[in-house]
Design a protein around this ligand. Structure first.
Ligand code: CTP
Length: 219
């Protein structure tokens, strides 16, 4: 089965510290852009909610929405989710952000500043909580360690999150971020492994959509 209206998030959020600094991560958004490209190829209408993604990576034909911070991501994903039958949370949303944005640039005169952090809203969990009837929700998880460790932690994460499909990729050590190829391990909401895919980020995105379609049909 293919989906009619697909919303994908991509990129890495940047959480402001002061006027010029932010806390960020190394996600380029390439995998999310390739999920959007794969969905376009199936004929779906695609909205891509991007956090700091280079324009050249964004496939032509998607509706682009900017969401540079976790707070923006929460707002824009909730808004876009209303009409979607598939949501793929590919973005690397920061888990923490600086508590207070001073507004002023922090000068390093005599003292070393202390950065205090607070938790960001969990966009994926929020979408799952407010899931519409018939909507399929896919999450991602970036894990480090050996393949066996990644699979074991992936199973646990899938059970914790409760997304219809959780795609786990191995990061660090040349895997994941910025690479053009990827390996994904797939788990359903019960923690069952539903296969794996290795290949270009477009190829693994195609497997992801296929699996999400199968899962949505079995609901
Ligand atoms: N996510 C989210 N909102 C956040 C953090 C993460 O929606 N504030 C989503 C991501 O888009 C991804 C999934 O949740 O789909 C990743 O979950 P998370 O638990 O943050 O995984 P990791 O960052 O990989 O792992 P950890 O929590 O162990 O750092």
């Amino acid at each position: 089965m293919s989906f009619r209206s697909v919303v994908v998030s991509a990129g890495g959020t940047r959480e402001p510290w002061d006027e010029v600094r932010y806390l960020g991560n190394r996600s380029t958004g390439r995998q999310g852009c390739e999920v959007a490209r794969a969905a376009l190829k199936t004929g779906a209408e695609v909205t891509l909610v991007v956090a700091n993604v280079e324009a050249a990576l964004i496939p032509r034909g998607v509706k682009v929405v900017q969401a540079p911070t976790a707070e923006d991501m929460l707002y824009q994903m909730n808004a876009a989710a209303a009409g979607a039958d598939l949501i793929v949370m590919c973005a690397a949303v920061a888990d923490f952000r600086p508590i207070r944005v001073s507004g002023k640039i922090t000068r390093h005169a005599d003292t070393i500043p202390t950065l205090q952090l607070e938790r960001t809203p969990d966009v994926l969990m929020n979408l799952i909580k407010h899931r519409r009837e018939g909507q399929t929700i896919v999450g991602f998880g970036a894990l480090t360690g050996s393949e066996a460790q990644v699979r074991e932690q992936g199973r646990k994460k899938a059970l914790d999150k409760g997304a219809d499909l959780l795609c786990v990729n191995r990061v660090g050590d040349g895997h994941g971020f910025a690479a053009s190829r990827n390996t994904l391990f797939f788990f359903d909401s019960q923690g069952n492994e539903r296969g794996q895919a290795s290949g270009t980020k477009l190829e693994v995105a195609e497997v992801l959509l296929q699996l999400a379609g199968e899962i949505s049909q079995s609901h």
